[in-house]
Design a protein around this ligand. Structure first.
Ligand code: TA6
Length: 284
C-alpha cells in the first residue's frame, strides 16, 4: 500500500513512482531505482536533466536523472588486466534491473521511499550484500545508497550517485567547492590540479579525489547546491559535442544543458561481515 503522496504510472516500458507532497514533486523509475525528476515547490525549478532521447525500454540504462552505479564504478576492475573483456557492464548491474518498493512513508518533513533491487548477485561480484536506496522528498531531495554485508566474508565494492543536473548552458556555468587533484579520464587518468575558476570548454571526465561536503553549480543567478557524504570522490562529467552526437540516447545538443556531479566511491570500500556503508547525496 503506497502512502497518500505516492502513485505509480507507466511511461513507455517502465513504471514510474510519482511523489507529490506539500514540499515538492518527484519521479523515480522502478527500473534502476532511477530518480528522473525533482522540483521543489518553493521555486518549481527542475533540478535534474533527463535526455529527450533517453530509452525508457526497461533494458538500456536511462540517460539522465540519477543512475545508480554499483558494485563497481565505470569499467570493471578486470579491464585493467583484460582491456578487451566486455563481460561486465559499465557502472555495474543494478541500474538495469527492476527494484521493489519496500516502504513509502509521508512525514511532516516530506515523503520517505525505500527501494531494494531484485538481486545484488551478479557476474563480477562475489559479495553477499543487501542494498537499499532511501529517498526523502521534502524541501530538498536526499538519496542514501545503503550497502550492508550480510555474509561471512569481507567484500570490496565501488558505487556512485551519478547525478545529471539541469543547467542553462555548460559554456557559462562554473562549479564551486571542489579542491585538490583529479584524475582525467580523457588523458589516460593522468593527475592534474582542480582548475579555479572551474569552467567548461571541452569534454570533461574527472575523478576528483575530494571529500568536499558541498559543491555548488553556479548558473547565472541560479545555484544548485549538492551535499555529499560517505564518498571518497566527486566525479564531474560532460561528454561535449562529439560524444553527445555519438550516443544513441542523447540528442546532439544535449551536452549543452547538463552537467554530471557524482557522489562516489571510486577507490573501493571494504565491508566486514555485519558492517554497512551509506553514500548520501542531497540536492538543494
Ligand atoms: O561518470 C563519468 C562516466 O564514467 C564517463 O566516463 C561516461 O562514460 C559516463 O560515466 C557515462 O557512462 P554510461 O555507462 O552511462 O554511458
Amino acid at each position: 500500500m503506497l502512502s497518500p503522496a505516492c502513485s505509480i504510472s507507466i511511461r513507455d516500458n517502465i513504471q514510474v513512482l510519482h511523489i507529490d507532497n506539500a514540499f515538492a514533486s518527484a519521479q523515480v523509475a522502478l527500473f534502476g531505482a532511477h530518480m528522473l525528476s525533482f522540483q521543489p515547490k518553493s521555486d518549481l525549478r527542475e533540478r535534474f536533466w533527463l535526455s529527450k532521447a533517453a530509452k525508457l525500454d526497461g533494458v538500456q540504462a536511462i540517460r539522465g536523472g540519477v543512475p545508480l552505479c554499483w558494485p563497481w564504478f565505470g569499467d570493471h576492475q578486470i579491464k585493467q588486466i583484460e582491456p578487451d573483456n566486455k563481460d561486465f557492464p559499465s557502472h555495474g548491474y543494478v541500474r538495469t534491473q527492476l527494484w521493489n518498493i519496500v516502504k513509502t512513508l509521508d512525514t511532516p518533513k516530506g515523503t520517505e521511499v525505500t527501494l531494494s533491487p531484485t538481486t545484488t548477485q551478479g557476474a563480477g561480484f562475489k559479495g553477499e550484500a543487501q542494498l537499499q536506496l532511501i529517498i526523502t522528498i521534502g524541501q530538498h531531495c536526499s538519496m542514501q545508497l545503503v550497502t550492508s554485508n550480510i555474509g561471512s566474508a569481507h567484500f570490496e565494492y565501488r558505487c556512485a550517485l551519478h547525478s545529471y543536473f539541469a543547467i542553462s548552458d555548460i559554456r557559462t556555468i562554473s562549479l564551486q567547492g571542489i579542491t585538490g587533484d583529479y584524475r582525467d579520464k580523457t588523458q589516460d587518468m593522468q593527475t592534474f590540479k582542480t582548475p579555479s575558476p572551474y569552467e567548461f570548454n571541452a569534454e570533461t571526465d574527472r575523478v576528483h579525489l575530494c571529500q568536499a561536503s558541498n559543491v555548488t553549480i553556479v548558473d547565472k543567478q541560479l545555484h544548485t547546491v549538492i551535499g555529499s557524504n560517505g564518498h571518497d570522490s566527486l566525479v564531474v562529467w560532460n561528454p561535449w559535442q562529439d560524444k553527445s552526437i555519438s550516443m544513441n540516447d542523447m540528442e546532439d545538443e544535449g551536452y549543452l544543458t547538463m552537467v554530471c556531479v557524482e557522489t562516489a566511491i571510486t577507490q573501493g570500500e571494504i565491508l566486514a561481515p555485519g558492517q554497512s556503508h551509506v553514500l548520501t547525496q542531497i540536492v538543494y
